[in-house]
Design a protein around this ligand. Sequence first.
Ligand SMILES: [Zn+2]
Length: 303
Amino acid sequence: MRGLFKGLHVWKRFEQRAPNKPLLALWSIGRCINGQVRLVPFRQVDREVGELIREFGHPGVHIRPEYPFWRLRNDGIWEVTCADTVGVTSSGDAHRRDLFSPNVLGGFVEGIYLALCADTSLAEEIGYSLARAHFPPTRQEEVLEATGIAPKLAPVRKSCQYARDSNFRRAVLTAYNFGCAVCGFAVHLEDDARRSVPPIALDAAHIRWHQARGPARVQNGIALCALHHRLFDYGAFTLSHRLTVVVAESTRGTGSNEWLWRFAGQPLSTALKPDSRPDPVFLDWHLRNVFRSPDGSNQIHPQ
Ligand SMILES: [Zn+2]
């Protein structure tokens, strides 16, 4: 059962992130945990999973819940009733209008649904591992909450990624002289002997996400304070090849001037050694897959 979810076929064209299938699977796992019925009309998936794709999906891409609703069948965990009444395009996708027929319902195949309902800790475990596999740590908790898998404020179980990444963390924080690359935030406490102890709220962020096969190398890392790490993973800003801060035009609100706009166009706060500079390949990945450009113009191919 775990293997079926692990092997979820995620379509990656030109390395583009495609989290739609995992989002539909997570939403359905949440329904099992919360004792809801197995088969649901597409209209409901369109509305509720559409919201999830808008919040957690690929930026700048049309919201198309019909793709995972139809394609998840190929992974052996999902069924669609009366599928033979649904017209199919030349690329094998369902005609959206046909999915709105009242006879067309979708859900986990019965064996999987019953097993997940009967063992909610297994369902949670699969949900957590799906979240870890497809979203960075800054977003895992939110996606688990939004899909009803984790109760609000429940801590996300730590993954072994943290232990594996301790060398990465040390290398990145050292390269950035233990300060946020954007704002320079570098607060630490001293112990009784006046020795400084590790920096507070300073992260070694992956530029290309670990979940997207981003390597744990210093050229794929950037030291960011907790706030700028989260803003970076949300795509509120990215870095140019010249390592200047590029802010998403849609970024608004109290604090946005102080914490983002005043750094727009500015170089990083730390002078980096040449071999520690972020690799443009990873910066390009972030630009295309995470950064929230106003019109989706950073997208090479729509999903
Ligand atoms: Zn910062």
